[in-house]
Design a protein around this ligand. Structure first.
Ligand code: ATP
Length: 262
């Protein structure tokens, strides 16, 4: 039952790819302000859940209700506009553009000039482009990236690229942020910085965050509540401590040779 504080309610979500049930009867509720984790062995169905929430795939069955509205069947850009943003397992920046342009692009759904203004390059266009640049610069400053604004994205160290990707996702002004393995490929120092960053944006932007992550240090360190999937289904839910002690979870990881579950 949806309550006022519920921001996301997923019920009975199922996705088949041919005969493969990648996600089956998946339920998840997020309350406003939650910072929760979604974990599970490789191929468990976690990214497919994100792809279903963000409209990349349509579910075979089930419902996804965001802020009391079903978002099933909407296009990804419509879902972004409603307030859901994400980052990807493999960073997806415009690698040949500057840091500033990567964030400016994210603001474009909010621009107020039309195509004609853009083609004619008139005053209205110039004023809005200037506003956009200033807004993006202010935004980069929040992330400590202002000195890197003119750097080409692909030339940045991995940890900084991830930071830019998260900044870009937040430039869409989401209420819900989905982070798909944000710590992948990071060194220990970058992981610590990432954990600080996630705490910071959670508070500063009044966000609800759902995080997929294989690095147990990150999941157990920052998530309040964790859902565990295996073979497309939920096998456990609980606090980090409960999950670490859950035999079914330990079995799911150890059974696949991934003994870093606890
Ligand atoms: N577009 C697709 N077509 C066919 N099968 C797919 C597709 N996307 C995902 N799958 C399959 O669905 C299952 C779940 O994949 P998914 O990527 O959601 O798992 P995951 O839990 O995110 O795994 P990982 O932790 O390795 O990223 C896998 O068996 C995968 O091969």
């Amino acid at each position: 039952m949806t309550t006022i504080s519920t921001i996301l309610e997923i019920s009975d979500l199922t996705k088949f790819f041919g005969g493969l049930g990648a996600v089956r009867n998946f339920d998840l509720t997020l309350k406003k302000g939650d910072l929760n984790g979604l974990i599970g062995p490789n191929g468990a169905g976690k990214t497919t859940v994100f792809n279903l929430i963000t409209g990349i795939y349509e579910p075979t069955a089930g419902d996804i209700v965001f802020n009391n509205t079903s978002i099933v069947g909407l296009e990804p850009f419509e879902i972004t506009r409603l307030g859901i943003a994400r980052t990807f397992q493999n960073i997806r920046l415009f690698s040949n553009l500057t840091v500033l342009d990567n964030v400016r692009i994210a603001y474009h759904p909010h621009t107020k000039y039309g195509m004609a203004d853009g083609i004619l390059h008139n005053r209205k266009f110039d004023v809005h482009e200037k506003e956009l640049t200033e807004k993006a610069q202010d935004f980069l400053a929040i992330f400590g990236l202002e000195n890197l604004q003119n750097e080409i994205a692909k030339n940045l160290p991995y940890g900084q690229q991830r930071r830019v990707e998260i900044a870009r996702a937040l430039a869409c002004e989401p209420r819900l942020l989905l982070l798909d393995e944000p710590a992948a490929g990071m060194n220990p120092r970058e992981i610590l910085e990432l954990m600080d960053l996630i705490h910071f944006i959670h508070d500063r932007f009044d966000l609800t965050i759902l995080l997929i992550e294989h690095q147990m240090r990150v999941v157990m360190g920052i998530c309040k509540y964790i859902t565990v999937m295996d073979f497309g289904q939920v096998i456990a839910r609980g606090t980090p401590k409960e999950i670490q002690e859950n035999e079914r979870v330990i079995e799911a990881y150890l059974g696949k040779g991934a003994g870093h579950a606890a």
